[in-house]
Design a protein around this ligand. Structure first.
Ligand SMILES: [Cu+2]
Length: 158
């Protein structure tokens, strides 16, 4: 079984094209023809849904739960049996879940251990501009940034 690093860009593009078309295939049908050019062979819709792990706060006080997340390179098993390099929150794909309660504040401090500057956008969060993570609000490699959430919103997935 090849590791993800053995897959070529072309292989990954083939796989991406397949996953888009896979919606029209009957469940259980083989994903890719097994020939010398196919690096991966799997049956779609067979893997169980992996729920992102729930992150625990590093500390809490009367009003706020504090979390720490490190962006780093890791390997993830996106396709069962195959390892894929990812840049993940705590090295996870998808990243961890933070459970928040309405009106209870959350602070998340991100550390960037990736080789490039990143922005952590919080889609759908009612936050100050400094905690929105807009495209020019970059965390350089080795940098840290705290994001603050008041959670003055009704329940939702963000
Ligand atoms: Cu957005």
């Amino acid at each position: 079984m090849p590791s993800a690093r053995q897959l070529t860009r072309r292989d990954m593009l083939k796989l991406g094209a397949f996953t888009g078309a896979a919606l029209m295939l009957p469940v259980g049908r083989k994903a890719l023809a097994k020939d010398e050019r196919s690096a991966v062979d799997f049956t779609p819709y067979e893997a169980r849904l992996k729920l992102p792990e729930v992150l625990r706060p590093v500390r809490s006080d009367a009003t706020t739960d504090f979390y720490e997340i490190t962006m780093r390179e890791a390997e993830a098993e996106i396709i069962p049996g195959y390892s894929t390099p990812v840049w993940g929150y705590n090295g996870l794909y998808p990243g961890p879940t933070i459970l928040a309660r309405e009106e209870r504040r959350v602070s998340v401090t991100h550390t960037n251990n990736l080789p490039v500057s990143t922005s952590v956008h919080h889609h759908g969060a009612y936050v100050d501009g400094d905690s929105d993570g807009h495209p020019l609000d970059l965390i350089p490699p080795g940098g840290r940034k705290e994001y603050k959430f008041g959670n003055q919103q009704c329940a939702r997935t963000q």
